[in-house]
Design a protein around this ligand. Structure first.
Ligand SMILES: NC(=O)c1ccc[n+]([C@@H]2O[C@H](COP(=O)([O-])OP(=O)(O)OC[C@H]3O[C@@H](n4cnc5c(N)ncnc54)[C@H](OP(=O)(O)O)[C@@H]3O)[C@@H](O)[C@H]2O)c1
Length: 303
């Protein structure tokens, strides 16, 4: 494979540089793996060219950053070979956060600063490369949040900022005060909303690349038996045979075909699944192939 394809590239004019496929850590607590196995997973990712890792304070009920950080504590030299993305802004009811009475969103200065300090401690790192606001907070004060971000940047604790699951107008509100690097959103052959609600148009307009979560619909692409999933799976299987790749490689290639240059986040612990994501970087679908999948997902031809 051409090594240029794997080189980390900028999400926006401001950066950061992320690998073209990002490894998601959301499910790590479910893997029930020890430190040595977690180290092996991280090293496998790095060896494949997946150098960016996606976290959130809340993953695994506030445990995943610690699981990952235990690896960095034993192998601190790994930190300089990777980029760390994390998120804040959701408050879960958890025995690890006894102060939270109900599930809510919080983008206040106090919460964001405390959350970043907790993430840095848990991850055993002195900085986060990219911090995202996890979900839109109806009470967000964009000026206060922009000042908070600037303070974190000045302190060297966070290098870049973005949002996740924000509508175009919500992103624009904050982007007016501080330049954002990405909107991390859901997109897959089973979930097309971002194509139609202006989210990807805005990414193109602002020159920011979307990060894509659940690119395989969280595994539904393989397991679900509703009509849409069956239609999409059949279509992906035809293309997979045609291109002699796996179904998941075609699904990633379908996402990567969008001109906003999306950065998919894999959710798998398996080496083979990571390799199938990387393989998609070498597969450019034709527009007709792309619309075959769209048609299968929508259950109708284009107008
Ligand atoms: N910003 C947000 O709000 C948000 C929300 C959700 C997720 N995320 C991020 O996005 C990342 C990816 O999300 P995701 O985990 O839902 O991604 P995904 O890649 O769509 O789904 C991963 C799941 O699919 C399974 N899978 C993969 N290939 C398979 C196959 N060939 N057959 C059957 N099952 C298969 C995986 O199991 P195996 O491990 O066995 O392969 C895993 O359980 C997360 O880790 C997180 O970092 C962000």
């Amino acid at each position: 494979m051409n090594s240029d394809i794997l080189a980390p590239s900028a999400l926006s004019n401001h950066g950061p540089h992320l690998s073209p496929i990002v490894a998601g850590a959301w499910r790590m607590a479910e893997w029930n793996v020890n430190v040595a196995q977690r180290l092996r997973w991280i090293e496998q990712c790095l060896d494949l060219g997946i150098t960016s890792f996606d976290h959130a304070d809340i993953y695994g009920g506030y445990t995943v950053e610690t699981l990952f950080g235990e690896v960095l504590a034993t192998q601190p030299s790994l930190r300089s070979r990777m980029q760390l993305v994390s998120k804040c802004g959701i408050k879960l009811v958890s025995e690890r956060r006894p102060g939270h009475a109900i599930k809510s969103y919080d983008t206040s200065r106090a919460h964001v600063l405390a959350s970043v300090d907790e993430s840095l401690r848990a991850l055993h790192t002195d900085h986060i490369d990219l911090l995202l606001i996890h979900r839109p907070d109806a009470l967000m004060d964009p000026d206060e949040l922009a000042e908070t971000f600037q303070g974190l940047r000045n302190a060297g604790k966070v290098l870049h900022f973005g949002v996740s699951n924000h509508t175009p107008s919500q992103l624009a509100l904050l982007n007016n005060s501080i330049g954002l690097a990405t909107n991390q959103i859901e997109l897959s052959p089973l979930h097309l909303n971002a194509l139609n609600d202006g989210t990807l148009d805005q990414c193109l307009d602002l020159g920011i690349r979307p990060m894509i979560w659940s690119p395989l619909a969280g595994g539904r692409l393989f397991k679900a038996d509703d009509d849409q999933a069956q239609r999409v799976r059949n279509t992906l299987e035809v293309l997979a045979r045609q291109y002699q790749v796996s179904v998941s490689t075609v699904a990633y290639a379908w996402i990567l075909r969008h001109p906003s240059r999306p950065v998919p986040i894999t959710g798998s612990q398996r080496l083979e699944a990571l390799q199938e994501a990387i393989a998609a970087l070498s597969l450019r679908l034709s527009a007709e192939d792309w619309y075959r999948v769209w048609e299968a997902s929508e259950g109708r031809a284009v107008a």
